[in-house]
Design a protein around this ligand. Structure first.
Ligand SMILES: [Zn+2]
Length: 295
């Protein structure tokens, strides 16, 4: 299996490192990609959002693809797996996808074989792309051969419906082979409910972006970090009403952000952002106008 070398002009694929209690967190990137700025900010007028996320001549903004590796001492967990190498060439070109996650693993000296748990917050193609790898001879293989994968059963069900609205977001090669082989466990976490995965790692269902979006909580020595995924995709989306055009239920997203902030702000959770290339994590506080900002 060969992977394109990191181009000299590309940014560091290791986007950050930190510790949380006894755990080590490393943020690896599958590279950046581009999406329409209007779609990313829903009904927010462009003169407001472009101050935070400048658009190119095609109105696209740059987004990151952050995978978080958590070393708990007992387990090595990968949260989210980027876009991967299975996008059709035309889509790869439209998104400017770089498919560099395995280079990021190499740069961080983490072997895919070390990962024993993979968690997908949901099954949109930009969150589970490296679950599997397409080999040069066209086979689909698990990228993390020794891992148990976790995703929500409702996401698989929704993806298989292939609805007009979001069929393009679901690429079955990212999960069907893992379900068939028994390597992927399907969760049935209800909205608002929390499910333990391994000690110190759990998932909580925050619906809105999809009906079963899972946030991943990381808890060690009384500290918490949360990968909030597409409920709050970047630090430009902290305002409660700045939800995405992609969200299936924007009103639920607003209510769920409020529910998240009610604990994440006073309890000083470290928030990990799925699509923020420049600020992969931070603490959230309220400014003097009562608006959520990075502390
Ligand atoms: Zn999504």
């Amino acid at each position: 299996m060969s992977h394109p070398a990191i181009r000299p002009d590309s940014p560091n694929p290791i986007r950050g490192r930190t510790t949380l209690g006894d755990f080590e967190l490393t943020i690896l990137s599958d590279g950046h990609y581009f999406l329409d700025g209007g779609a990313m900010f829903g009904v927010v007028p462009k003169p407001l959002w472009e101050k935070r996320a400048p658009a190119d001549e095609q109105n696209r903004i740059l987004l990151g693809l952050n995978t978080v590796i958590v070393r708990t001492g007992k387990h090595t967990v990968a949260i989210e797996t980027g876009i991967g190498n299975k996008l059709p060439p035309k889509l790869r070109e439209i998104y400017g996808a770089q498919a560099q996650l395995l280079d990021a693993f190499a740069a961080a000296q983490i072997r895919p074989e070390e990962i024993d748990i993979v968690i997908n917050s949901h099954l949109h193609f930009d969150h589970c792309g490296w679950n599997t790898t397409r080999t040069p001879d066209g086979r689909i293989e698990p990228t993390f051969p020794n891992a148990r994968y976790f995703a929500h059963r409702g996401e698989v069900f929704h993806g298989r419906l292939q609805l007009e609205r979001d069929a393009v977001s679901y690429i079955s090669d990212n999960y069907d082979p893992l379900i068939a082989s028994g390597q992927m466990t399907l969760l049935e976490t209800e909205p608002g409910e929390t499910n333990p995965i391994v000690p110190g790692i759990s998932v909580e269902c925050f619906p809105g972006h999809t009906d079963q979006l899972l946030a991943v909580h990381i808890d060690s020595a009384g500290q918490r970090a949360t990968y909030i995924s597409d409920l709050i995709p970047t630090t430009a989306h902290l305002d409660i009403t700045w939800v995405m055009g992609y969200d299936l239920d924007p009103l639920t997203c607003i209510a769920e952000r409020k529910r998240f902030y009610q604990r994440a702000i006073p309890e000083k959770w470290l928030v990990l952002f799925t699509h923020d290339h420049h600020t992969p994590f931070g603490h959230i506080a309220l400014n003097d106008k009562g608006k959520p900002v990075i502390a």
